[in-house]
Ligand binder design. Sequence first.
Ligand code: ADP
Ligand code: MG
Length: 256
Amino acid sequence: MSALLKVENLTMRFGGLVALNDVSLSIDKGAVLAVIGPNGAGKSTLFNVVTGVYRPTSGRVTFDGAEITGRPSYEVVERGIARTFQSSRLFSDLSVLDNVIIGMHTRTRTGVLTALFRPGASRREMAACVEKAETLLKLGSGDLFEQRYRPAGTLAQADRRRLEIARALASQPKLLLLDEPSVGMDDTETDALVADIARLRALNPELSVVLIEHDMRVVEAFPQHVTCIDYGSKIAEGDFAAVRADPRVQEAYLGK
Ligand code: ADP
Ligand code: MG
């Protein structure tokens, strides 16, 4: 099977610091890849390079058959990659519902918002948009839908993380990048997150997910493809059992 996302020999330097060192990996359509590694290993940088936040010092990113190395973020989203951030990037003063609607506008360059607020935008177009957003809010665990008119900033931490995912899904991605989605969640909420990801995949078997995770409960739930990064370099890959047993991985975690 040909890879949906392929990262080849990616190096990212920030001055003297090598945040990514010659990293290569790929993910097939419909697969889940877990990226693990100690703090500061370069995991978020990998997402930042893939999504066009940074242009890599060297290396290539290919998505869905096209090279996207260093392409601007809006283009990357248009092509079908959506992400969440390690720390929340919601619009806290806007309602939960509006945050999802904003996620839709990235789908096209002109955007849903422009289309909606142009003179003469039909009530029907607006209603369709709201309906789509509401469907996304009903999808996950928790009760985001019931809280849809609340300002996003007033949500509990776990709900904020769920809203980030709903917003990312609003752009109808082929690839979803989740940066530590379980941060701030207790075990029950983390289990619900795992169930949410599993449900998304059941609804759309072609959706691919890259998951940066600290919580091994989540990694264990998606054990097939795991990559470990340490000091910017890929030190192990394989299934969870193999990666966990790798002495370099154990050393990387013990050393911190
Ligand atoms: P992780 O997500 O694995 O915890 P990061 O990718 O956030 O790690 O960071 C990897 C390294 O790159 C860290 O040492 C971090 O300080 C550094 N880094 C990340 N972004 C920048 C930046 N914009 N400028 C300078 N250094 C950065
Ligand atoms: Mg990070």
